[in-house]
Design a protein around this ligand. Sequence first.
Ligand code: NAD
Length: 476
Amino acid sequence: MMPSTHVSETSFEEINRIFNLQKANKQAVKNSSDKDRCKKLQKLQRAIHSQREGIRNAVHADFLKPKEEVDLTEIYPLIVEIKSFCKDLSKWMEPEEIESPITMIGSMASIVREPKGNCLLISPWNYPFQLAISPIISAIAAGNVCMLKPSEMTPHTSKFIKEFIASVFNENEVAVIEGGMEVSTHLLSLPFDHIHFTGSPAVGKIVMKAASEHLCSVTLELGGKSPVIIDETADVTECAAKIGWGKFMNSGQTCIAPDYLFIHESKKQAFIDAMRLQLVKMYGQHPAQSQSIAHMVNAKHYTRVKTWLAEAIQNGASVDLGAETNDEQNFMAPTLLSNVTMDSKLLTEEIFGPILPIISFKNVDEALVHINKNQKPLALYIFSKKNKNIDYIMQNTSAGGTCINDTMIHQAHPNLPFGGVNNSGLGKSHGIWGFREFSNERAVVRQYLKKGLVGLMYPPYNNFVRRMINLTIQYF
Ligand code: NAD
């Protein structure tokens, strides 16, 4: 049986107490220098290194995630992020000088990025450590105080994060609030200055609605269906390796996992054959026994995916690979399916599990029509050797991010923004984009003249002023 436990729930009184403590402390934190903030981030980095085994054990206890995958996908991205912040933070904190038009003669303009203040961070279960800590890095770097609510679906990691954060920060600066929907709902009723939410589009809408009560800004890192397109020029062995890695890492429970595949009909069988070999290479003949593959997070999500698989097969889908399941272990083998009907849940909902439906096409426009009928994806992947085909697909689609001839690596690039578009998310994370998301961009003009050009146009509106207005409209 998979280990199971329940997350403890922080009481509403305790939440209110910490909220007020942080509110009282936000001005002091706002005044911190770049050096102060870097010191905090470096302390966090040292704690990640020294408690690495604890992180690996907690995530493994939640869904048997291989420890190497914890290192690569939960720990390493945070180290990269902290290093990039410490390298550039002082530059990002500098007021940005802005060029002024002639009408502003005698003044200087700049953008001052100031902390938003009290921030709420709500994180999901699928990368339970990384996605909880990453927004803390941006929030701290931008000079905010914050409260984090990790997911209740990964209780071991949630408990670990609470103790871990308490070992690094005072609760009046960063605090962890454990609990499920009720706790989350209470947090959302408080007047935060900014909310950073990572999770499903459905809950993202609830968060945005709650934020509107206080006109609080939001960053929504959401999900959805991320398609892959393989055209007639692609190398199927390369595609199988890269899609196999991106799709089946974390057992498909990744927001930017390739969700479903459109492939040119001439390549379909060769791709399935290549994927069969690739899966044996990665997980052996019996993936259920492999130590290199995560399981589904819990019985609820396992049953959801298993039910969708059964529904698709009942409606005529055929299994190309995999489909073995183990109820005791919440395990489903990496699965490829053909002939899935368009109204099946596997093609209407985000799969978030180890199933890849394959749809073949004669003309790429068939894929584009389908993709554009749906919500704009968080990621869209293109495999092609022909620039003309790549440009055509790029030009005729929209997505939060895209990899050409690879999967998922755009998320790991330290100098690229990460986020969705519309239904897949609002706002961006990582590096300077994360810093800006947690900052208010304050527009500042400093006037050096006793009477600037605008001062010549104050009332009363006599002939002179009228002439000045006309000249301004005509020439400036
Ligand atoms: P979820 O939306 O169910 O839950 C996310 C968080 O919201 C959890 O902490 C949960 O306790 C809280 N929550 C749940 N219901 C709530 C409610 N009614 N009111 C207030 N809070 C509530 O998402 P999940 O199942 O944890 O994660 C999977 C989803 O997250 C997928 O859609 C995936 O694509 C997306 N995701 C996106 C990213 C990204 O960076 N864009 C990263 C990981 C996951």
